[in-house]
Design a protein around this ligand. Sequence first.
Ligand code: ZN
Ligand code: ZN
Length: 284
Amino acid sequence: MPAKFIGAHMPTSGGLHKAIRRGKEIGCTAVQVFTSSPQTWHAKPITDEMVENLALALEETGIDPSKTVSHDSYLINLCAPVEEKREQSINGLKNELLRCSQLGIPFVVSHMGAHMSQGEDEGLAKVAEAALWILDDTPDDVTILMETTAGQGSSLNYRFEHLAKILELTKSPERLCICLDTCHIFAAGYDIRTKETYEATFAEFDRLIGCDRIKVIHSNDSKKAFGSRVDRHEHLGEGEIGPIAFQCLVKDPRFENTPIVVETPKAEEMHAENVRRLWEWANA
Ligand SMILES: [Zn+2]
Ligand SMILES: [Zn+2]
């Protein structure tokens, strides 16, 4: 069966409930949001009114709450070399999980960390340690999704081995899973441009981690070349990846029930079109 949960990262101006309603208008059956500004540490507290408005929007649109996703703040670095920054990051991600538990959002996508010249092994060990602290201290109904990155700067998790290492060090908790971003893995050097390379890349992921740990997919084409390790999203089928990867993705039975979310530029004009393309490929 083709993908059933296709959507976009929706702007939240006017409230989280607005993101759900706008998402429905452009054909989303899954929606990703920021629950607060991703560029600041300060997050407005969740009020009962916000929780109620969101629940009502989900009910009225028929969007399944289990297909809603939050993306954490870009400031979070769980292996920051300055202890104060690391603590702030750990608390920041903890708070995001608490906020999502209140809101009924089951997944928080996180970039986890950048080692900043400490070296990858040290960075991965610190991220794993922090992830365990955060999971220990937060409700069971929210799962952290470690995002595959493009490997810009000293970002970790641009190799599947990095994610496998964190899972090994944490003993693979149920609440530590993966968000795979097509643009990021491609920029990091995993080819998905043809049916054969798509299958080979996912076979490699399956061997190292297990495709069943992928709980959300970010479906973005790439402005930058294969292996460039630069993260710039492009509209689906118009970038360096091209349409075949996305056609494979929405027909992949492993991801039939996985939220597949677009994070492409020009949300206002273009999200509707990118979501439409995914549905068209899914139903082709
Ligand atoms: Zn992403
Ligand atoms: Zn990106």
